[in-house]
Write a protein that binds this ligand. Structure first.
Ligand SMILES: Cc1cc2nc3c(=O)[nH]c(=O)nc-3n(C[C@H](O)[C@H](O)[C@H](O)COP(=O)(O)OP(=O)(O)OC[C@H]3O[C@@H](n4cnc5c(N)ncnc54)[C@H](O)[C@@H]3O)c2cc1C
Length: 337
């Protein structure tokens, strides 16, 4: 049977877009199949902070952070605790990824126009030293523009490849099975879902209007894992961790029912003096809180931090829907919120 493309990529999240654009730019024909509509291209990464793991970057060096491939690999090994046969490939992947993060990753992204916020933060800080788990130095490099800032270069490349005919998107195509011939995966099949123009991040309809089958030399599955399906997570819960938790959270909810805005920058002293909201920095947080209240009319908004009383007064002066806000003024830092 004729092939529809050289490669089929299942999933148009960031992993799928990276794979598909590299394949298309290598001159191959690629089909990206995604169960969601075009408006959701980029998947979870759009909502993410766009924080990237980089090792010994110019941003770190400018801040006096001394990092190296060896230190990063030691941190990774300390966290992973690889100690059994089936750890072979995860261990090799870790070595390759740390080499990528200490090598070509930043330059590769930069050449596509990606930029980094010049303050490097902590993520997975862990045990505070180089001998225990977690990062022993800051390595969290936030993309300029956060999640959309990391999706943009790959979406742009994908659109260029689409225009040149090397990349085809098949949205609202849900893959239900891989086809296997003589032990080799050579295609996918599944259901065509009814068009749905629901906003990005909201649940789309699962109504099936047809079926499809596609064939290619190779199939890459980049469908984002099983974290969004709590039943599957429970089914696959490792025995050594005991019973799975009764309640779990997913990264991206179907709808927004609550928003937390961290205060900062409002001046209680100037407010006391002038009786009107004064800010010394971060005015954007006040504006953003009001904008989020408008965009998510069902959501409750918690404004938290020592300056929350200034925000309360300011919002009241501006005629904001006060019954939807909670002002919490006891938290002093992120961990006490
Ligand atoms: C709020 C938030 C903040 C985050 N912040 C960071 C951060 O700062 N740094 C960081 O490194 N990571 C962060 N992450 C995690 C990171 O965003 C994700 O790990 C990453 O984007 C996953 O990309 P992916 O392409 O593997 O999967 P996804 O983005 O989940 O994409 C999978 C795609 O596959 C499609 N799909 C699934 N099943 C099928 C099927 N059967 N048929 C067809 N299509 C299918 C889905 O519709 C989706 O488009 C964050 C995540 C969230 C939610």
């Amino acid at each position: 049977m004729a092939e529809d493309a050289d490669v089929i990529v299942v999933g148009g999240g960031l992993a799928g877009l990276v794979a598909a654009t590299e394949i298309a730019d290598a001159g191959k024909r690629v089909i990206v199949v995604d169960q969601e509509g075009e408006q959701s291209l980029g998947g979870q990464a759009f909502w993410s902070f766009g924080g990237l793991f980089l090792v010994d970057s110019p941003e770190q060096r400018r801040l006096g952070i001394r990092d190296s491939y060896d230190l990063a690999l030691q941190d990774w090994m300390g966290s992973a605790g690889f100690d059994r046969d089936e750890d072979l490939w995860p261990k090799r992947w870790a070595e390759a990824y740390v080499a990528f993060a200490a090598g070509e990753k930043r330059g590769w992204l930069r050449a596509m126009g990606h930029r980094i916020f010049p303050v490097v933060g902590w993520a997975e800080r862990g045990g505070y030293d180089a001998m225990s788990h977690g990062n022993s130095v800051p390595r969290f490099h936030v993309s300029w523009g956060t999640g959309p800032g990391i999706v943009e270069p790959f979406e742009r490349r994908a659109r260029q490849a689409q225009a040149s005919g090397r990349l085809t998107f098949k949205f609202r195509h849900r893959v239900d099975a891989l086809s296997i011939t003589n032990g080799i995966v050579d295609g996918v099949s599944g259901a065509i879902l009814a068009p749905d123009h629901v906003e990005r991040g909201k649940s789309s309809s699962r109504k099936v209007v047809g079926d499809f089958a596609l064939r290619a030399q190779a199939v890459i599955v980049a469908s984002g894992g099983i974290g969004g399906n709590h039943d599957l997570v429970r089914q696959n819960w490792p025995k050594r961790l005991g019973a799975a938790p009764k309640s779990m959270i997913s990264g991206v909810p179907d709808h927004v029912d609550g928003i937390l805005v961290l205060s900062g920058g409002e001046s209680p002293d100037l407010f006391a003096l002038r009786g009107t909201a004064a800010t010394i920095s971060s005015e954007g947080r006040l504006v953003e809180a009001l904008d989020l209240a408008r965009r998510f009319p069902q959501a409750r908004i918690v404004f938290s931090g020592v300056e929350a009383d200034v925000a309360r007064a300011a919002f009241a002066q501006m005629g904001a829907p006060m019954d939807r806000f909670t002002f919490e003024n006891r938290a002093r830092n992120s961990s006490s919120r």
